[in-house]
Design a protein around this ligand. Sequence first.
Ligand SMILES: [Mg+2]
Length: 376
Amino acid sequence: MNHTRRNFLKTTGILTGAALAGSAPDLTASNIIKGRSGKMKLSFKPYTLELKHVFTIATSSRTTTPVMLTEIEYDGIIGYGEASMPPYLGESQKTASEFLSKVDLEQFNNPYELEEILEYVDSIAPGNGAAKASVDIALHDLVGKMMNQPWYNIWGYDKDKTPYTSYTIGIDTPEVVREKVKEANQFKILKVKLGRENDKEMIETIRSVTNVDLCVDVNQGWEDKHMALDMIHWLKEKGIVFVEQPMPKTSIDDMAWLTENSPLPTIADEAMQRIPEVIKAHGVYSGINIKLMKCTGMREANKMATMAKALGMKVMLGCMTETSCAISAASHLSPIVDWADLDGALLIGNDPYEGTTVVDGKVILNDRPGIGLKKM
Ligand SMILES: [Mg+2]
């Protein structure tokens, strides 16, 4: 397509989809794509998230999270992405920068070929889940904007069926825990981090100030399957809804026994990465926790959710501490999951984006195209 034709299409609004088909010949999708002259350009910059509270899990405490913010620019449209890299997962701004420097998107002419482009990105090096997700998310955002549709529409999911998100209460002194629970009164489900000496005390402390639904995340903290089963029976009496990663990810036989006997659903988190782990989790856990930063992004996350549902497993959607960019990306999948833990952006004080929000504890998708972001 030459420049005159291209300018004509632009002037008449055909490239933006505003004109009626039939007013110009040969408006097939492939012709419109060929008409785009741009190259995809990937750029990235490090950013440090400041957490509102010190965040403590069974193995560590911290006050910041390093992330990498990405952009893919194509024909004047910009898609936004993000890699969030809590230190215990092994990626860093340095590894992400090294990985992203190797990504050459200019070899592709058609951003719609997500499958081929993302297979290439995945093949550059093993691991690097968060860095790969930062490309995947930016590409999805770009393509959604080119189509002028939000991803829940492109995937065919009902935006009203979003779940309530849980809100995480970290391990702390009883006074601080009670204070955090009171602050979290908009949430319909709270997530409690267990896996230390004071597990029962944590639950009793929270139950002394609220009757809201609770789920627990043990972060592999229970070593003995009989003790774990006793705890789960006790937790069920306290109104707990499900138990995330009760035992070490390597305790496969014990975990299968626990799930078989457990009165509450068990969810694989540390044991879950990508598609192969979904197959391994079948028969071992009741469900899986999908996180974009571990599974390389929206495309694989959607496949994992579809696969787990087909296997009769529960699906939970989780996150790291992330900006509204990665949280919004995940939220487009949330209408089809059983539980969501998408509180990551609520835990930080310097979110550079506005996107999917949480209102009275419910995940609220907006109508903007792509992943629905606005830069602050
Ligand atoms: Mg977890």
